[in-house]
Design a protein around this ligand. Structure first.
Ligand SMILES: C[S@@+](CC[C@H](N)C(=O)[O-])C[C@H]1O[C@@H](n2cnc3c(N)ncnc32)[C@H](O)[C@@H]1O
Length: 250
């Protein structure tokens, strides 16, 4: 099967995920953003059964969606276990509805199959502002080690686990090729968590190719599928634009 585009970091296939997926191998994780089926956009049709299609290609999956999408298609995720939910606060309402709260967020759920101990998960940490880099030490028992190993010392390096609500303004530059483009910074965190350095992430609903940009920025590789040719062209152009803008978007 000939890719639409390929370089050392990214392979892109043009076509329907249901037809391309059976021809692909295995991946460290899927990070994807399927059509939710909630707008009038002609490509926005939820692809029923897709979570089952990626089974066999990976045991770890991050999936963007609205709560409505997940509940409407709850049965589709049978066989997957949910480890956690992350919220992306996009700062900008995207629904014209005035009869409910202004919706400024999307969900990202992490699913896995098999044993949790076999799933790569490396939670990103951030450096707290104002903390001395050397940190401080304490003889307080470590929260998770106390009962097994007794009191221990730990060093506060000022680094903390990334929180489950991520704020990243939606791209308002008007340069996105896809109205539902996701922020590269958020995708970098999801990839860092689930794909080891040098590993491969699969995105079967690529859109503007944000997953590939984030993978490349993070020293990972990406395989993408996208069924609209104009989007494939946009992805190729985006990837050709260089490495990283200061705002983290491209
Ligand atoms: C929500 S968008 C993805 C947006 C992407 N995360 C980004 O940052 O730009 C979903 C994409 O899936 C594509 N798509 C829809 N159904 C598909 C299918 N059956 N196979 C492959 N791609 C599909 C659509 O054309 C659309 O570009």
């Amino acid at each position: 099967m000939k890719p639409y585009f390929s370089d050392q970091d990214v392979t892109l296939y043009l076509g329907d995920a249901a037809e391309i997926l059976p021809m692909l191998g295995t991946f460290d994780a899927v990070v994807t953003d399927p059509p939710y089926g909630e707008t009038a956009l002609n490509w926005d049709v939820y692809p029923i059964g897709w979570p089952e299609l990626v089974t066999g290609h990976t045991s770890s999956m991050w999936c963007f969606g609205s709560m409505r999408m997940f509940l409407d298609h709850f049965d589709d995720f049978a066989g997957w276990r949910m480890s956690q939910d992350v919220v992306w606060n996009k700062g900008l309402g995207t629904s014209p509805a005035t009869d409910r709260f202004r919706r400024v967020h999307e969900h990202v759920l992490h699913f896995y199959r098999g044993h949790w101990r076999d799933i790569h998960h490396d939670t990103p940490r951030i450096q707290l502002m104002g903390r001395a880099r050397g940190g401080r030490t304490s003889s307080r028992p470590g929260p998770s080690t106390h009962s097994v190993y007794g009191p221990s010392t730990w060093q506060d390096t000022g680094r903390r686990l990334v929180e489950s609500v991520l704020y990243a303004p939606k791209d308002r530059t008007g340069t996105s090729s896809n109205p539902t483009q996701k922020p590269v910074g958020v995708l970098e965190l999801l990839i860092a968590y689930s794909v080891p350095p040098g590993g491969i992430v699969l995105d079967p609903f690529a859109g503007s190719g944000s997953t590939a940009v984030a993978a490349r920025n993070s020293g990972r590789r990406a395989v993408l599928i996208e069924k609209r040719e104009q989007q494939c062209d946009a992805i190729v152009q985006r990837l050709a634009q260089g490495i990283l803008h200061l705002d983290g978007q491209r």
